[in-house]
Design a binder for this molecule. Structure first.
Ligand code: ADP
Length: 576
């Protein structure tokens, strides 16, 4: 049966090729096309920063402009658009907010992105495109689901629209002084008082998105589970546990057109699957270009990354000389924290023939490193998805990774017994575990029969957007569904939208306490457990009142609305 075409508005603070500071731009710049290929009408909206290159600014045509109110402020709101790669892209124009020297580092960024989020909602009735789903991304668009719940959903034009919020990196949350909730967002006080938009006494844009979107996704299944724990939760794990029923992970893809070893013009020698000798020609080229000893037989490790703690640089630092002692060459590209940049630059002098440290952002050099390296190192402390390991696969470069987040979901550790695997990995965040894994990878590098098999295998993997777009498509269908499904969802919605919990520590306590006895628990005790909520707690207690004590836990499936899946989730926290 052919599925209905949905109208999707993808909302992001950056998108390739217009404006890019990180991975979000890659996603916003390529997922909409993949969703269009799935048959949907997908449009994108971003702020009209002055940094967007002139060639795009010139192609924009005006859609509309009017004045709107941001709390008490009367402000201009312009909407321009252009078409790029088959996607209609809207640009929110307001010189006061987006004609700045910096994209994100402005003192009033809370106001800039409150304006952006609200402008997206305000423009809808005027632009002639009414989405079935608004898909917001990261903290900059966190206010959108909140504003929607506060004062848009109540209007007939908006009432059928669903919101999805995707977390690309939970570490960056957008935290501001609390008065902005009223003064800038202009939302009713109960959102703050309930704790739904507050964390550690601050207004939290990320949390606003998490608490109010109809569905929350993040960019890998492992990260979706990890962020519900205190180690990875960046303080918001309790909020994510509260939304556990509406939280899922969908892996990012990469553009297989952009990262194509057969056509990428940045590569000195193009190559395709099976052409390992041509890959080696790229290695020799990069050795020459960066002044390393030219030796086609030496293992070459690539590392391209923002130089921040997340990426495992403290591990690299701790055993740096041991890594060099493996006899491999090490090629580093990135910018970031000074501490790491300085350390690596100093090391450069010690290993002139085998180490190349490049402190800059250089997309062309990055492509050449991906293509010329034998291995690619990613010892991340956490990694929501990670694109570099996927790009490495595309170029026949074998990832050496820590088993976390998206790395865990995409790299299969090489198994000597079965010969299976697509990379090398270690589990604990520990410098010596990383070192041993590098040593192991280097030892297999010299077993050419085995190594070349792995290289060929990873070049045959498919991490293009196709599979991920299918999953987003399913999600949009589930959310907007058939009329009967819609009724069912509305029945559940009270649980989602009006989920009010008081002190922030409460959720934390609930999730870490021992199992709760279903025959003794009160409604409020049950309702605090992640995945239960008020509505289900009441149904459980009603069932108990009518049928007497539960004699076996599986009788929970007789409670209205508790299916097999829900039962599996909640039964772990309950006892008789
Ligand atoms: P994150 O989004 O956390 O930075 P990802 O692995 O998801 O990490 O994406 C990083 C992307 O940025 C990759 O495509 C990587 O090649 C690229 N990149 C990072 N640093 C540089 C750099 N200095 N020069 C060129 N590309 C870079």
């Amino acid at each position: 049966m052919k599925k209905e075409k949905k109208k999707i508005l993808f909302v992001a603070s950056e998108a390739d090729p217009f404006i890019k500071t990180g991975g979000l731009a890659d996603v916003a710049g390529s997922l909409p096309q993949a969703l269009i290929e799935e048959g949907h009408d997908v449009r994108l909206v971003i702020p009209q920063y002055k940094q967007i290159p002139e060639k795009y600014q010139q192609r924009m045509e005006s859609v509309c402009h009017f004045r709107t109110k941001l709390a008490w402020r009367d402000t201009y709101l312009g909407v321009n658009k252009l078409e790029e790669d088959g996607v209609t892209v809207y640009f929110i124009d307001n010189k006061h907010y987006f004609d700045r020297d910096s994209i994100y580092e402005n003192e009033d960024k809370h106001e800039q992105f409150a304006f952006f989020s609200q402008a997206v909602l305000d423009m809808l009735p005027v632009i002639g495109f009414k989405p079935d789903v608004i898909h917001a991304n990261d903290w900059q668009t966190g206010p959108l689901p909140l504003l929607f719940a506060d004062r848009y959903r109540q209007q007939s034009y908006y009432q059928d629209i669903k919101t999805v919020f995707t977390i690309h990196n939970l570490r960056y949350q957008g935290q501001f002084a609390g008065h902005a909730a009223g003064d800038v967002l202009g939302v009713a006080p109960h959102h703050w008082e309930s704790g739904n938009i507050r964390h550690n006494g601050l207004l939290n844009y990320m949390k606003s998105g998490i608490m109010y979107a109809d569905h929350v996704t993040t960019v890998s299944e492992s990260y979706a589970n990890e962020i519900q724990t205190s180690y990875f939760g960046e303080g918001l794990d309790y909020a994510l546990r509260l939304r556990a029923d509406d939280l899922s992970g969908i892996l990012n893809g990469i553009s297989y057109e952009k990262f194509d070893p057969e056509t990428n013009e940045n590569l000195p020698v193009s190559f395709s699957k099976g052409e390992i000798d041509k890959k080696i020609a790229n290695k020799v080229h990069i050795q020459q270009k960066l002044g390393l000893e030219v030796d086609a037989d030496k293992p070459l490790i690539g590392f391209i990354s923002r130089m921040v703690e997340q990426k495992g640089l403290d591990l690299v630092k701790a055993v740096f000389d041991d890594i060099m002692a493996t006899g491999a060459q090490f090629l580093i590209l990135g910018t970031g924290q000074r501490e790491y940049e300085e350390f690596l630059k100093a090391k450069q002098h010690e290993y002139p023939d085998n180490l190349s440290v490049n402190i800059k952002y250089d997309a062309q050099l990055a492509d050449q490193i991906y293509a010329g390296s034998d291995m690619f190192l990613m010892p991340s402390r956490f990694e929501p998805c990670g694109l570099s390991q996927l790009i490495s696969f595309r170029y026949g470069t074998i990832p050496v990774v820590r088993e976390t987040g998206g790395l865990n979901d995409t790299v299969v550790a090489y198994n000597e017994e079965t010969g299976e695997g697509t990379g090398f990995s270690f589990s604990n965040y520990n410098a010596h575990d990383m070192l041993h894994t590098i040593e192991r990878a280097v030892s297999f590098y010299y077993k050419k029969g085995i190594w070349n098999k792995i290289v060929n295998r990873v070049m045959n993997l498919d991490y293009s957007w196709h599979n991920s777009a299918k999953k987003y498509s399913e999600l949009y269908h589930e959310l907007t569904g058939s009329p009967e499904q819609k009724l069912l969802q509305q029945g559940d919605e009270s649980e989602v939208q009006v989920k009010i919990y008081q002190p922030e520590t409460k959720g934390e306590t609930a999730a870490t306490t021992d199992k709760i006895n279903i025959n003794q628990a009160s409604t409020s005790e049950l309702s605090e457990l992640p995945g239960i909520g008020n509505a289900y707690a009441e149904r459980i207690i009603d069932y108990r009142d009518q049928n007497g004590d539960f004699t076996k836990k599986s009788d929970l499936t007789k409670v209205k609305g508790i299916g097999k899946k829900k039962y599996q989730k909640i039964s772990k926290m309950l006892t008789l």
